[in-house]
Design a protein around this ligand. Sequence first.
Ligand code: 15L
Length: 274
Amino acid sequence: MPRILMTGAAGGIGTSLRKLLPPIYPDLLLSDLKAPADLGKDEKFKAADLADLAQVEAICEGVDGILHFGGYSVEGPWDSILQSNIIGGYNLFEAARKKGVERIVFASSNHAVGFYPRHHRIGTDVTARPDSRYGVSKVFGEAVGALYADKHGLGVTCIRIGNFGEMPLDHRRLSIWLKPEDLVQLCRIGLDHPDIHFEIFYGASHNERAWWDNHRAYELGYRPTGRGEDFREHAMAEQAKLKPDPVGDYYQGGTFCSMEFDGDKDRIVDWSKR
Ligand code: 15L
């Protein structure tokens, strides 16, 4: 029975996956800076600060596979991103290598490629176009993952998560929604599929308005059960409450693109003609 470590156990995704994973991976070790308030008596937890290599090595002891959801999950000040995602991300891969962990599933994000326009369908092999310091940290994590796969033989899967939750929250999220059970499927492929060396998937359910070519995930057995369009009315009603955002509405990354934006808005039109 493999021992699986899940970092970020107290975060949004971690909280949901704590309930879905135990039937599949009964030997599940949870980690975060602090224990979740509702930690059950059957759950195993070890605290660790990702920015401290010795603490990360301690949680990797005896582990076969890691689901890495820890770190800063939105745009933030550079120092927070640096400690949690850049140093923390490196520490995670390095500790895993030292402790002989075989598989890592890294929670990357759509914000690694958020500056692609919405009308542009992209695969997983496009040049990174991060939309934030957070997005840059996800590009960094994918790069470290590739290095540790190619140089050290770890099996690494990066999931560029769209928007995780019970339903799409607005117009943009109709294209990028990820149902919790579908994320579990992608994690299982990353942890268990025999052909994993280094893979990038988009973390999206079956969304008719998808901007992403996710064929590799399907080749490896992904069969999402969530359909964004089933929640169309709800998402559009929520969208109607939002103010227009010329930059965010044009690019895939939404508000991550428009926050702090002081670039040339005319490029929004020109970019698409290239
Ligand atoms: C993300 O990467 C964030 O973690 C999440 O909070 C959402 O902002 C999501 O992207 C999104 O793009 O909707």
